[in-house]
Design a protein around this ligand. Structure first.
Ligand code: PEP
Ligand code: MG
Length: 560
C-alpha cells in the first residue's frame, strides 16, 4: 500500500467505544458489488459460455477461500473452510446454472439463486440462518469476480492498518488479526454494534458513528483515539508516534494495576463486575474486582419457554454468589422486555417495547415472577457468609413501585435497591431513597430515556452518549440525594467502563462502578493517577459543557 501524509490537519469525530491510540495508514473495506436485477436476457448462443464463466468464477472464489483457510488457524480457519464449502455447494450452483441456461446473466443468476437459498435458511433459523450471511458473502465474491472487481470485504493487509468501513458484518471479522488491524473506525454502528463487540474482544481501539469518514483516502496516515472518539488526519508523524508510545506506556500501567479501586489521594471507589452467569462471575473473580455490581439475571433465561422453577433459578444464582464468597453481589431482578424479551414474561407484541411492559412493570402483571425470583435468591444464599445479597429492580419509575419492591425484599431479609434508568427516579431520588438502601444508575437506559434516542439505533450514538451533560446532570442529582441520605449510589451502565468518564462519575459523587470485568484495570489505573479534587473539577466542567464532545474535552483537561 502507498502511504500518504496530508498536510492539512483535520479531525473526524465519532463515538469512542474501545480506548487506545493507533497510528497507521487507512485501509477501506472493499465495497460489495451491486447487481441490477433488470438486466436483459441472454441470447441462446451466449448461455453456454455464460455458464462456463460462472463455473470458473465460483471455482476461483472457492480456491481463494481454501488457500486462506490453509494459512489460518482456530475459529478463522473453520469459518473460511465452511465458506469455501458453500461456494462449492451443488444445490446453489445447480440453481444458478439452471437460470443461466434459461437466459439469466451470471451475476443476476447468482443473486437470484442466493435469494432463494437465503429465504430457506432463514426459515430454518438458528445455525442455518447464520449461513445466509455466508452465502451472501459468496454471492458478492462471485459477482465481483465476474465483473473483474477486487474481492469485496476486509482486505488482508501485510502491515498494520487502521480499518475503515461503513459497518462490519459478523462474517467480515473472522480473519481480523490485531497484529495487522490496529484500530477500527466505522461510519455507522453504535456502542453495542457488532463492530464494537469485536474490537472490545480483540482489544483494538475503535470509533463508531464517525461523521465524514468517506473523506479519508486509502493509504492516508491517520491517528485514531478510541477514548476521545476521533480520527485525526494530517498529524505530524513525530507527534503521532509519541502519542501512541505514551498510550502504550499507559497500557503497561493498566496491566500492572492490582486494586482495590481508589483515587490517587486514597478515596475508595468500589470497582465491581457486570456478569450474566456463574461462568462469567468465576472469570471475573480471577481479576482485581471487589464483587458483582450487576448480575443480569434475565440473560440466563433468554431461550426459556416457561418460567424456570425456584430451584432451577436458585442453582443458577448460587453459581454467581459462590464465585464471590463474602463479597458484595447485586442481583438484578428480571429486566425482561425491549432488547431482552423473555417468552414467559413479556407481551407477545408491543408497538414500542422500550417504553412498554419491561423490567419491574412485568411484575405488576404477574407478581409471582418477582416473588419466585426473590425466593430463589434467598435459597441460593443459604449458608453464605457475609452480608445478605443486594437485590435491585430495573425500570422503576414511581416511588410506590420502589416501596412495594423494597417491602418484598425486606420480608426476605434481602437488601433492596433500584436502578436509576428512568429520569423520574433521578428527579425524585430523595423520595425513592426513603424506601430503598441503595441506587444503581443504568446509564445505558438513562441516556436512552433522557435523550429520547433508541440505544440500539446506529444513527443516534451521539445522543445516547453518556457524556451528554443532561445525563451527567441526572447522575449528579442522584448522587447528591444519596449523599444526603447516607446511602450508596453506584453506576452499572457502560459509562462506568470508560476511564475518564469513570473519574467524572466519581467526581459527581458516585461511590461504586460496575462494568465488564475486562474494563476494570483501565478504570482502576486511571482513578489511581488522579486526585478526588481533579475528579470533582472534571465533573463540574463536564456538567457545564454544551454537548458531549465538549464535556469530554473539558474533563480530559481537568484530569490531565
Ligand atoms: C443500563 O441500562 O445501563 C443497564 C445497566 O441495564 P441494561 O444495559 O441491562 O439495560
Ligand atoms: Mg437498563
Amino acid at each position: 500500500m502507498t502511504t500518504t501524509h496530508p498536510t492539512a490537519a483535520s479531525t473526524i469525530e465519532g463515538t469512542g467505544v474501545v480506548p487506545g491510540l493507533a497510528y497507521a495508514p487507512a485501509a477501506w473495506t472493499r465495497p460489495r458489488p451491486a447487481v441490477a436485477m433488470d438486466a436483459p436476457p441472454l441470447e441462446e448462443d451466449q448461455r453456454e459460455g455464460e455458464a462456463s464463466r460462472f463455473d470458473a468464477a465460483t471455482r476461483v472464489v472457492a480456491e481463494r477461500l481454501t488457500e486462506r483457510a490453509e494459512r489460518a488457524t482456530g475459529p478463522a480457519k473453520e469459518v473460511l473452510e465452511a465458506t469455501a464449502a458453500l461456494a462449492r455447494d451443488r444445490g446453489w450452483l445447480r440453481a444458478a446454472t439452471r437460470m443461466i441456461k434459461g437466459g439469466t446473466p451470471a451475476p443476476q443468476a447468482a443473486a437470484a439463486a442466493t435469494g432463494q437459498f437465503v429465504e430457506t435458511f432463514e426459515k430454518l433459523g438458528g445455525l442455518m440462518a447464520e449461513r445466509a450471511t455466508d452465502l451472501r458473502d459468496i454471492r458478492d465474491r462471485v459477482v465481483a469476480e465476474l465483473d473483474g472487481l477486487p474481492e469485496p470485504g476486509i482486505p488482508t493487509p501485510e502491515s498494520p492498518v487502521v480499518l475503515l468501513a461503513e459497518d462490519l458484518a459478523p462474517a467480515d471479522t473472522a480473519e481480523l488479526d490485531p497484529k495487522f488491524v490496529v484500530a477500527l473506525v466505522t461510519s455507522l454502528g453504535g456502542p453495542t454494534s457488532h463492530t464494537a463487540i469485536i474490537s472490545r474482544q480483540l482489544g483494538i481501539p475503535c470509533v463508531v458513528a464517525a461523521t465524514g469518514l468517506d473523506a479519508v483516502e486509502e493509504g492516508e496516515m491517520v491517528l485514531v483515539d478510541g477514548a476521545a472518539g476521533s480520527l485525526r488526519r494530517g498529524v505530524p508523524e513525530e507527534e503521532a508516534r509519541a502519542a501512541v508510545e505514551a498510550d502504550r506506556a499507559r497500557r503497561e500501567v493498566t496491566r500492572a494495576w492490582q486494586g482495590p479501586g481508589a483515587t490517587k489521594d486514597g478515596r475508595p471507589v468500589k470497582l465491581m463486575a457486570n456478569v450474566q452467569d456463574g461462568a462469567a462471575a468465576r472469570a471475573a473473580s480471577a481479576g482485581p474486582v471487589e464483587g458483582v455490581g450487576l448480575f443480569r439475571t434475565e440473560l440466563c433465561f433468554l431461550t426459556a419457554d416457561h418460567e424456570p422453577s425456584v430451584a432451577t433459578q436458585a442453582r443458577i444464582y448460587r453459581g454467581v454468589l459462590e464465585a464471590f464468597p463474602g463479597k458484595r453481589v447485586v442481583v438484578r431482578t428480571l429486566d425482561a422486555g425491549s432488547d431482552k424479551p423473555l417468552r414467559f414474561a413479556n407481551l407477545e407484541h408491543e408497538e414500542n417495547p422500550a417504553l412498554g411492559v419491561r423490567g419491574i412493570r412485568v411484575a405488576a402483571r404477574d407478581e409471582g415472577l418477582l416473588t419466585h425470583q426473590l425466593d430463589a435468591v434467598v435459597q441460593a444464599a443459604e449458608g453464605r457468609d457475609g452480608e445478605a445479597p443486594w437485590v435491585m429492580a430495573p425500570m422503576v419509575a414511581t416511588v410506590p413501585e420502589a416501596a412495594h419492591f423494597a417491602a418484598l425484599c425486606r420480608e426476605r431479609r434481602l437488601v433492596p435497591g433500584i436502578m436509576v434508568e428512568v429520569p423520574s427516579v433521578a428527579l425524585l431520588a430523595r423520595h425513592f431513597l426513603e424506601h430503598v438502601d441503595f441506587l444503581s444508575i443504568g446509564t445505558n437506559d438513562l441516556s436512552q430515556y433522557a435523550m429520547a434516542a433508541d440505544r440500539l439505533s446506529p444513527h443516534l450514538a451521539d445522543l445516547t452518549d453518556p457524556w451528554q451533560p443532561a445525563v451527567l446532570s441526572l447522575v449528579a442529582m442522584t448522587a447528591a440525594a444519596g449523599k444526603e441520605a447516607g446511602k450508596p449510589v453506584g453506576v452499572c451502565g457502560e459509562a462506568a467502563a470508560s476511564p475518564d468518564l469513570a473519574c467524572v462519575l466519581v467526581g459527581l459523587g458516585i461511590t461504586s462502578l460496575s462494568m465488564a470485568a475486562t474494563a476494570v484495570p483501565a478504570v482502576g489505573a486511571r482513578l489511581a493517577e488522579v486526585s478526588f479534587e481533579a475528579c470533582e473539577e472534571a465533573g463540574r466542567l463536564a456538567l457545564q459543557a454544551p454537548d458531549s464532545r465538549q464535556a469530554r474535552q473539558a474533563a480530559a483537561g481537568a484530569l490531565g
